[in-house]
Design a protein around this ligand. Structure first.
Ligand code: ASP
Length: 440
């Protein structure tokens, strides 16, 4: 039988109403067999996620304050869900254990993980599925990284015996049994690890948006949803700030060639975004997505005959390396090269870098510019289409945006454009309009 791993984010499990939607989705297809819940998230915009409440509560415990009334409030959140679903479950004992562990200072990872743990208990009861503790399946090494082989073997051994199960997201354990969590949003990684380990046919990631959007909805009103995107395109866009999924969540499924489907719990009739290794499906538009970030600085180094000086670039770059700075892009000319760096990281080390470059290569001119933004226009469709760059730049010229830098990756998967911070939104709007709005 086919197997799907389905992960539900916090807002999908924030209230009894949301739980009901989740049950409808899970039971609609019998192949939705392994369910990964997050902790209850926000019910309304100003609400606080249970994970944040747990961190706060544990802080109180660590400071020796009376945390019990606060913990009771967290218990109330769960009880409200349990009552709303008409379940008989009581979490009283669980909360006693948690209170004891808080008193013993069991660690903030332990504290935060209880949101997923308890939500897993509730969801398992509600769905009638077996509960499997993630602490028994996901193992971390001393360096904080997941032990992939060992975790994979445990996941297969355990879930191979079970047709249906609920496994809480976000945490696992160290060799001595201590609970350890991923970074925030890490339930996405749990789902991916499980899907990868059991060779699932699909990893469905249910959230509160209808998929990956072509552009940031804070800049473009009602942007189109991307139907299919490759892992590489996603990496490019995610790196530039577009986020729906935890960055580390793609690797375990990608290794196993399993697609991810981003879906919307509040609109299950929509197909969402399918993330795949590769596809011969043409994207709807020439471009797949646009993303970008503000806050870069550029350092421009000029020197006559730089071109013929062997090792010039390496010497310049080693100055950045010695100062612990990574660079974003490095467009170059005949006797000039420019390095783009993160402005706030660079500002702290600016003078060391400048003197370092002077010492390393004695440039004729060294100039800097700040308040720059980088925009990535990403799309596998660009490879086969003529005139993409032309369209981008004429759109920007019409919008009166001055282009500071252009970098087309050799994969022809992306074009990176540098503009002033103040032109950022206008530039994204202009690119969106020329490729998407104009084709609607
Ligand atoms: N509940 C955790 C968080 O808020 C993990 C997750 O939702 O994936 O970060």
């Amino acid at each position: 039988m086919m197997k799907k791993v389905v992960k539900f984010g916090g807002s999908s499990l924030a209230s009894p109403e949301q739980f009901k939607k989740v049950k409808r989705i899970v039971t609609e297809e019998e192949v939705r067999r392994y369910v990964i819940p997050s902790a209850p998230g926000k019910r309304y915009a100003k609400d606080t996620k249970v994970t944040d409440l747990l961190y706060q509560c544990y802080d109180m415990a660590e400071q020796g304050k009376d945390f019990l009334p606060f913990l009771k409030k967290i218990q109330d959140r769960f009880d409200e869900i349990i009552r709303g679903l008409g379940l008989q479950l009581s979490l009283q004992k669980e909360f006693q254990v948690i209170a004891e562990q808080f008193q013993k200072k069991a660690g903030s990872d332990y504290a935060a993980s209880r949101g997923e743990y308890l939500n897993g208990r509730v969801l398992a009861e509600y769905l009638g599925f077996e509960f499997v503790d993630a602490a028994d399946l996901i193992l971390f090494g001393e360096d904080g990284a997941v032990l992939l082989d060992e975790s994979g073997a445990r996941i297969r051994a355990c879930l191979g015996q079970k047709e249906y199960a609920v496994i809480p997201g976000f945490y696992g354990s160290l060799a001595d049994g201590t609970i350890k969590t991923f970074s925030r949003g890490g339930s996405d990684i749990t789902g991916s690890l499980i899907a990868g380990a059991i060779y699932a046919d699909l990893y469905e990631n249910w959230t509160d948006v209808s998929g990956f959007l072509v552009a940031d909805p804070r800049i473009i009103s009602n942007p189109e949803v991307i139907e299919t995107i490759t892992y590489r395109e996603l990496r490019e866009l995610a790196y530039m700030g577009a986020s729906v999924l935890h960055d580390e969540a793609i690797f375990p499924v990608r290794r196993a060639g399993i697609p991810i489907n981003i879906r919307n719990t509040n609109a299950p009739e929509e197909r969402g975004t399918l993330i795949v290794e590769s596809t011969c499906k043409k994207s709807k538009y020439t471009i797949t997505g646009i993303a970008g970030k503000k806050g870069f600085a550029s350092i421009n180094v000029d020197k006559d005959l730089m071109n013929s000086e062997i090792g010039f670039c390496r010497k310049v770059l080693s100055v950045f390396e010695d100062n612990g700075l990574s660079f974003e892009h490095m467009p170059s000319g005949i006797d000039t090269m420019t390095i783009f760096v993160n402005q706030s990281e660079f500002e702290e080390k600016e003078q060391q870098v400048i003197s370092g470059i002077h010492r390393a290569v004695s440039p004729d001119v060294l100039e800097m510019e700040s308040d720059l933004a980088l925009i990535a226009v990403v799309g596998r469709g660009m490879r086969e289409t003529r005139g993409t760059a032309g369209r981008i730049f004429s759109a920007l010229a019409h919008a009166r945006v001055n282009v500071k830098m252009i970098d087309q990756g050799s994969s022809e998967l992306n074009v990176i454009i540098g503009v002033k911070n103040r032109d950022f939104e206008t530039a994204i709007q202009a690119i969106y309009d020329i490729f998407v709005t104009a084709q609607l």
